[in-house]
Write a new protein. Structure first.
Length: 386
């Protein structure tokens, strides 16, 4: 979410005021993004300033009427999500987007109808909500403070262990690597768990770098907007991400492939989006987004990205620890690399495939005395409010 997620008991007025200001800033930025999207699709909302005045409400009403939604002047969660996702899709569409605009009498407005109809056809129902990436904060109705507070309406969950921070985990791995004099190689490996951790964190770094390079090529979309859109992947793919901890690789990939067909995006578009969001997920420590993006890449015919799923399952970071399931994901990636697939991570590391093969064959064997150094205690993630 952009802005603060206000929860728990507010024990002082000072804390309450601080949270209100943060929520207000976040909601205003989100509303500004909505205005940018409305303007792009030729529903003039005025200068994108994050303030929903009469002009913006009129633009929203016209957009809703055009798409067959109730013309209330206030976007629902689904409507706002559809608008922002459509804008990102149009920006990433390149020549395909230009062809669609040129061949449509409604110009850029026509893109919304195309995307809506594709989504409805993919879902088999008129709502389209299950394949969208909802943005939890409703826009256009009530005060900004009320809007921020309503975003916490989900039921609380008690007694769940805090998710391990992969960024923190990799910092600890880096300390061990330095203490050992460098990365383990296929010939020097004595601790398969540590060796896999090193390769996990190395792959994470490559994914972030690849994502940032792609983001630099996206025009008219800020880094904040891209991050917000990427965060929206997690909810519609929640069950698929959870399935990776429960079901065999083949079943999970098949289910994700079914999801891909419902998105209405071309493989090239979705691949670029997944690569961008993979790095965003790792950079922001949002592992649901990272795992969802990895699953998309595998389903799109890039099994080398299955290595990441294997790492998450082997270490129990962002997923349940399932070494039995992790092995299949590792083997799928290794087989693809053996068959000549392009390496997604550390392509110049000549013995990387051999190292992965050797380490995964000993998965669960910590190498005796060095097990203590390879065990990491999960810690809670504290994110600074943007």
């Amino acid at each position: 979410l952009i802005g603060a997620l206000i929860g728990g008991v507010i024990v002082s007025e000072a804390m309450k005021d601080k949270r209100r200001k943060t929520a207000s800033s976040g909601v205003r930025e989100q509303r500004r993004q909505t205005q940018v999207a409305l303007n792009y699709f030729n529903f003039p909302a005025g200068v994108p300033d994050g303030v929903f005045g009469a002009r913006t409400r009129t633009a929203i009403s016209n957009c809703q009427y055009y798409l067959g939604f109730p013309a209330t002047g206030a976007l629902t969660d689904y409507e706002n999500s559809f608008l922002l996702t459509s804008y990102l899709r149009a920006q990433m569409g390149g020549p395909t987007t230009m062809q669609q605009i040129a061949s449509n009498a409604q110009g850029t407005r026509g893109l919304l109808v195309i995307y809506r109809d594709e989504m409805v056809a993919g879902n088999g129902n008129g709502s389209g909500g299950s394949a969208q990436s909802p943005i939890p904060t409703a826009l256009g109705g009530g005060s900004e403070e009320d809007t921020a507070i309503r975003s916490t309406s989900a039921l609380p969950t008690f007694g769940v262990e805090a998710q391990t921070s992969l960024a923190s985990h990799c910092n600890k791995v880096s300390l061990l690597t330095n203490a050992n004099g460098g990365f383990a190689s296929a010939s020097s490996m004595s601790n398969p768990t540590l060796a896999l951790n090193e390769q996990f964190c190395l792959a994470r770094t490559y994914a972030i770098s690849d994502s940032e390079a792609l983001v630099a090529t996206v025009q008219g979309y800020s880094a904040t907007q891209i991050q917000t859109s990427c965060e929206g992947i997690a909810q519609p793919m929640h069950d698929l991400v959870a399935a990776a901890s429960l079901q065999p690789r083949t079943e999970v990939v098949s289910s994700v492939a079914g999801f891909v067909l419902k998105t209405g995006m071309s493989p090239a578009q979705l691949s670029m989006t997944a690569r961008i969001c993979l790095g965003v997920g790792y950079r922001t420590d949002n592992l649901d987004v990272a795992i969802a993006s990895s699953l998309l890449m595998v389903a799109l015919g890039k099994p080398v990205y299955g290595e990441l799923i294997g790492h998450h399952l082997a270490q129990g970071i962002g997923a349940s620890q399932r070494i039995d399931l992790a092995t299949d994901w590792f083997n799928g990636a290794i087989t693809a690399l053996d068959s000549g697939a392009e390496a997604a991570f550390a392509p110049t590391q000549t013995d990387r495939v051999d190292l992965l093969r050797l380490a995964t064959a000993q998965l669960g064997d910590t190498g005796g005395a060095s097990t203590q150094s390879a065990t990491f205690t999960p810690i809670p993630v504290f994110k600074a409010t943007e």
